[in-house]
Design a protein around this ligand. Structure first.
Ligand code: SF4
Length: 339
């Protein structure tokens, strides 16, 4: 029996970091045995915020593909593909945009929150239309499952509505995806001031060396109320403790207790989590080194995945054009071909 199809991916705005690992990447590695997993390298969606920096896209695409392989994504089990190389996604985005209202996009909580965070007053058309583009990503490959973090749920809910509306208007050819909300809370940045993000300079990237991990963690924000080494700590307000919970879950209760009783100092605590993270990233370094020995192989993987995705996209668009009465020439062309 065919495995159900799962779609996930990342905007190609730079290297992946621990937030991606905890939030989605570890999960994808596990799910690739159970699902027909497709990973989208969303370079077009990267332009929604990086439209003025297209020269970085090619490097980002390869960096993220390398991060995937280093994390344990197996291209024999997972289809890796590049969004801009599937023009059918753009075509479907335009068709969807005919029946998606501007107010429904303006009220999307994720769009609102991100526009506020970035200080956008007048929204770009592409930025506002991100959920429509994401609906097309999901619909073209008929993904049945879309795993997301809490803050992306509104996008997938909007995608589900768009698919339902399309099927009701024209004919039931698209698949309404199920949402799988991850149970891992969003990882805080080292400064404790918000989510981990490379652009904010508060991230540990997946290609960090042992020394970089230790240096970064030495600067990480801890409990602001803990003024001396022997003061009782408050782990629930400490960024470092959130990393213990994310990456050393089995030790977290012991750390909590030692912190609250003042037995564990912050520098030692940071050393423990730095070692723990280093232990997780060590096998990734080996796989990364191996992948980087054969850079052509990364391009081949992306090309093969993208070709596979394009074939599926062409089939879906045939069905879409059929139910929308837009297959003007195919019958005549096939008749012409047979004579
Ligand atoms: S001991 Fe660890 S958990 Fe407690 S405040 Fe210090 S860094 Fe945070």
């Amino acid at each position: 029996m065919a495995k159900p199809r799962l779609l996930s991916g990342d905007r190609t705005t730079g290297k992946l970091h621990l937030g991606h690992l905890a939030g989605s990447l570890q999960n994808r590695v596990q799910l690739q045995d159970e699902y027909d997993t497709w990973l989208l390298l969303a370079d077009v969606q990267a332009l929604t915020t990086h439209y003025d920096r297209p020269q970085g896209l090619a490097e980002s695409v390869r960096q993220i593909a390398t991060d995937y392989l280093a994390a344990g994504i197996d291209p024999e089990k997972t289809t890796l593909f590049v969004q801009s190389q599937i023009p059918e996604i753009a075509e479907l985005t335009i068709l969807f945009s005919m029946f998606v209202t501007v107010s429904s996009l303006r009220h999307n909580p994720t769009i609102k929150a991100e526009a506020k965070e970035r200080g956008y007053k007048d929204l770009y058309y592409g930025f506002l239309g991100y959920p429509v583009s994401q609906a097309a990503d999901i619909a073209f490959c008929k993904a049945q499952l879309v795993p997301v973090g809490e803050d992306n749920v509104p996008h997938v809910e909007q995608a589900r509505k768009i698919v339902r509306r399309f099927n009701a208007l024209y004919g039931p050819v698209l698949v309404e995806p199920q949402v799988k909300v991850g149970d891992t809370p969003r990882l805080s940045g080292l400064d404790g001031a918000g989510k981990m993000s490379k652009s904010r300079g508060n991230a540990i990237c997946l290609d960090a060396t042992t020394a970089e991990i230790h240096t970064s963690l030495r600067q990480a924000r801890t409990d602001p109320l803990r003024l001396t080494r022997f003061d009782p700590g408050h782990p629930d307000t400490c960024t470092v403790f959130s990393y213990h919970e994310a990456f050393r879950a089995e030790e977290a209760n012991a750390i909590r207790e030692e912190c609250q009783t003042g037995r564990l100092g912050c520098q030692s605590c940071k050393g423990l989590i730095a070692d723990g993270i280093d232990h997780i990233l060590a096998p990734m370094r080996d796989r990364r080194r191996e992948a980087l020995k054969h850079p052509d192989r990364i391009d081949e993987i992306l090309q093969a995945g993208t070709s596979h995705a394009r074939a599926v996209a062409a089939h879906t668009m045939e069905e879409v054009r059929d139910v929308m009465h837009m297959n003007y020439f195919s019958a005549r062309l096939s008749k012409g071909a047979s004579t």
